[in-house]
Design a protein around this ligand. Structure first.
Ligand code: G6P
Length: 354
């Protein structure tokens, strides 16, 4: 997992290569597609990439977009519609639920399109049209580099459909390198109270729960950060849209539960500041994830600061910080046990049964 996290500058470079020329996106497989609506389907981490894709498509290209997990989509009634582009996201290209969704969308007469890391996989073959991620083999069950390359490809597609300037995408690999070279996450893990961090053995009081919050494009980031932590550290975590915290989850806030607030969005500084205050006023320890040029007011326990970047790139950088967080916490937690972080209990890299 660690190796794959650190490969991300290169995997993103390969996702972009040949597809961005003079600030414009050139992707032959999406030329001549002009959808009225987009439907994105995936499972697990690929579903979270799809949720981020919805923000990109609606914000950059103005195309109404729905996102659904394959397992939900497969067993409900879906009204027929004209000119729908169905995008299937799957690292392996072999996930049974997603393949079933593709067959259903074919019956509905939708245009089929796959984003996958596996050349010649079932989904790639069945869709006939798509984009390969070229992220390189991903071995760790917990996906890392394939999420960020899926997100980058969705961003490029949104720029293509929206005829938007895309030069900033070429800077993503360098920005990721900066994030990976920093000490923010090691410092955060070290600064979490001793109850949390298993410093000298498993008998220490342990970190039991982490809450992740994010608005808009940062909500999928919160979901993905929470999934990563669960998968590799077995620590319970929840993710909520920040605005929902006051509708129930505030009851969970105690001084023993770190609350990670993803707030690297220029246009939402005020809203993110008020979420931070809502949590800290109840005694919660808030960790703010922000850009270097931003001010999020209110009492906070710690900050994770990323380089200044475009708002569409900030979710990608935010996820990378918390891939590292999940890994570092898991390493400390499992240090006295014989646990392979790359193969978490009960999970498989590719789920080929429904
Ligand atoms: C499994 C893996 C997850 C992955 C999901 C979807 O559950 O453990 O890490 O996100 O399948 O896989 P796919 O290959 O379709 O992206």
């Amino acid at each position: 997992m660690e190796k794959e996290i650190f490969e991300q500058p290169d995997s993103i470079r390969r996702a972009i290569r040949g597809r961005l020329k003079e600030g414009k996106i050139k992707i032959p497989s999406i030329e001549k597609i002009y959808p009225d609506r987009i439907l994105i389907i995936g499972c697990g981490t690929s579903y979270h990439a799809g949720l981020l894709g919805k923000y990109y498509f609606e914000d950059i290209s103005g195309i109404p977009t729905e996102v659904e997990t394959a397992s939900e989509f497969n067993y409900r009634s879906v009204p027929k519609e004209e000119n729908v582009l169905a995008i299937f996201i799957s690292q392996s290209g072999e996930t049974a639920d997603t393949i079933t969704s593709l067959l259903k969308c074919r019956d509905l007469g939708y245009d089929l399109f796959t984003i996958t890391n596996s050349v010649c996989s079932t989904l790639a073959r069945e869709a006939g049209k798509g984009i390969y991620q070229y992220a390189g083999k991903e071995v760790s069950v917990a996906s890392t580099k394939t999420f960020t390359s899926q997100a980058t490809i969705l961003l490029m597609m949104a720029c293509y459909f929206g005829k938007a300037e895309a030069d900033y995408i070429s800077k993503i690999p360098e920005l990721i390198k900066e994030v990976l070279e920093g000490n923010e996450i090691d410092d955060l893990v070290d600064s979490l109270p001793s109850r949390a961090m298993y410093a000298s053995g498993p008998s220490l009081q342990t970190l039991e729960e982490v809450i992740f919050l994010g608005r808009q494009s940062m909500y999928p980031v919160a979901l993905e950060a929470s999934l990563k932590l669960k998968e590799v550290s077995y620590i319970n975590s929840q993710a909520y849209p920040s605005g929902e915290i006051k509708h129930g989850p505030l009851a969970l806030i105690t001084e023993d539960t770190p609350v990670i607030l993803f707030a690297a969005q220029n246009n939402l500084e005020k809203k993110n500041s008020s979420t931070s205050s809502e949590v800290s006023l109840r005694g919660g320890e808030v960790v703010i994830v922000r850009k270097s040029n931003q001010q999020i007011t209110g009492k906070k326990f710690a900050e994770v600061v990323m380089p200044d970047c475009n708002d569409y790139v900030a979710p990608i950088l935010s996820v990378i910080f918390f891939q590292l967080f999940a890994l570092r916490v898991a390493i400390r937690k499992h240090q006295f046990e014989n646990i392979n972080i790359d193969k978490p209990r009960n999970l498989a890299k590719s789920v080929t049964v429904e």
